[in-house]
Ligand binder design. Structure first.
Ligand code: AHR
Length: 496
């Protein structure tokens, strides 16, 4: 059966920029995210720069990652940055208490991270240790990374072989301070933020964009207190963490590859919760900051399933299916549509951990369906948002229903319009008629990501089952585009 959806937009309404940093990534010292993912053994038979794995880097470079958040996550609040500089042979080892109690040898530290960012052509986003560190330690870290004058930390950096400062702009003061980052109250955290922020300085060439540790999912009280108690000029952004748990139950999250349509429906319902979260947190922020100076930074998001059976459960390794591509595409549409407040986001966690873009196995690697979504959506980066009026059919399951189609659109600096459309319906194709009011264009082209089954994945024996293909299904008559979206698919249209 074919159902109908309508969209309309007016190019005159393109005002808000979709900050490219919405397309950011997160990579923690967790499982094989850094070690075995980006950072490999000296003897690994893969192309490398030092110990950085270039097959992975080159794949990620193609999708234009704007920023990379590091070193955690929960790990950030037990990480002591000075253990990760200087002669690698002399760096102390520590235990990674959050993620399996494995030994962290500190071979990947600040300078290695900066080298990785340079190779990825991405901006570093560093997460400071508020939970178990000190004001001095955090202040010194910023000085080490960003100061160019005469100082003890500049001297240290130069001794480590780096003459010029790194000009890091994005810097978080704690992570999940309501939980693994210290189990704090928002009042206590806000006071600490004020103190730490005071001593993390902006140096020449690197005005520091301090990001406060924000709410867990729908904890609006946390957002309210932080916005009330933290002087807004100290805080560039306030974060929000929300994961899509397929079952909604943290104890038994659900399989990444083996799920029914009812489970799929539930997963997408949980994914769409992001719309409500972003709307309501933004409304709280509006109360204190009507001019929207403080960014909402969703610096951890993605689907979190049960780990692959047989793998270390603390390593959070999971497969990535066509369903996960729909989660990524839907969430990015939500972020684009809230670009006035959401100015940064970070998918958890890039390589081998949670909703990854790349999976590695020894010297081998593959690109996940989520990777292809980011590749399609990169056209929105720094383009102007086209607000949409949208009317769509419902996708029903039992007594429940969700909107079957979601979309976002933008116009770039060359005048090209991009519309990204997602059909969540597991059974029905949906025809969308999109009216680009007042503008006539002469050409349309597209790409599609779909696959026969929602459970389809790219595996090491079949790496290209779910990949983007050219899509010729869209037609344009004057300013109206008509396109039939196959069931459970993602389509990106370019209109010139
Ligand atoms: O991404 C995995 C973990 O999830 C992060 O370390 C933590 O911040 C969150 O709870």
């Amino acid at each position: 059966a074919q159902e109908q959806a309508t969209i309309s937009t007016n190019l005159q309404d393109a005002k808000t920029t979709i900050n490219r940093n919405i397309y950011g990534m997160f990579s923690e010292h967790l499982g094989n995210g850094i070690y075995g993912g980006f950072w490999v053994d000296k003897n690994a038979k893969v192309p490398k720069v030092g110990r950085i794995r270039m097959d992975v880097v080159n794949a990620l470079k193609k999708i234009d990652i704007p920023n990379l958040r590091w070193p955690g996550g929960c790990f950030a609040d037990e990480y002591h940055w000075m253990d990760g500089i200087g002669d690698p042979a002399k760096r102390p080892k520590m235990v990674n208490t959050n993620w399996g109690g494995v030994t962290e040898d500190n071979s990947f530290g600040t300078n290695e991270f900066m080298e990785l960012c340079k190779l990825l052509n991405t901006e570093p986003y560093v997460s400071g240790n508020l939970g178990s560190g000190t004001v001095k330690e955090m202040s010194n870290w910023v000085e080490y990374m960003n100061f160019d004058g005469v100082s003890p930390m500049t001297k240290l950096r130069k001794e480590d072989g780096r003459d010029k400062p790194y000009d890091v702009r994005f810097f978080a003061i704690g992570n999940e301070s309501w939980g693994c980052g210290g189990n704090m109250t928002p009042e206590y955290y806000s006071d600490l933020f004020r103190q730490y922020a005071t001593f993390t300085k902006s140096y020449k060439g690197a005005p520091l964009r301090r990001i406060a540790s924000g709410a867990n999912a729908d904890d609006y009280h946390w957002t309210d207190v932080c916005m009330r108690d933290i002087p807004l000029n100290l805080m560039w952004g306030l974060s929000l963490h929300y994961y899509t748990i397929p079952t909604g139950n943290w104890g038994k999250k659900g399989s990444a590859t083996n799920f029914t349509e009812a489970e799929y429906f539930n997963t997408m319902k949980n994914c769409l919760k992001m719309e409500e979260l972003v709307t309501k947190h933004a409304a709280v922020m509006d109360k204190y900051d009507p001019q929207k100076k403080v960014a909402l930074v969703v610096d951890e998001w993605g689907v979190w399933t049960d780990p692959i059976p047989g793998t270390n459960p603390s390593f959070l390794r999971q497969q990535n299916s066509m369903r996960d591509a729909l989660i990524a595409a839907t969430t990015l549409n939500i972020f684009n549509n809230h670009a006035d407040r959401v100015r940064m986001a970070n998918l958890a966690q890039t390589v081998n951990v949670l909703q990854s873009l790349v999976l590695t196995k020894g010297d081998d690697m593959l690109l996940t369906p989520t990777y292809y979504v980011f590749n399609m959506y990169k056209v929105h980066q720094d383009a102007k948002l086209l607000p949409l009026k949208i009317s769509v059919p419902e996708y029903k399951n039992g007594d429940e229903s969700i909107p079957a189609v979601n979309a976002s659109a933008s116009v770039d600096s060359l005048g090209r319009v991009h519309i990204t459309l997602v059909n969540l319906d597991a059974n029905n194709d949906i025809t969308v008629s999109a009216d680009l009011e007042g503008e006539n264009h002469s050409s349309i082209s597209g790409q599609i990501l779909d696959s026969k089954n929602l459970t389809d994945v790219n595996s090491f024996s079949n790496k290209n089952l779910v990949i983007t293909k050219k899509f010729d299904g869209a037609k344009m008559k004057q300013h109206t585009v008509t396109v039939t979206l196959p069931k459970h698919s993602v389509v990106c249209l370019e209109i010139k």
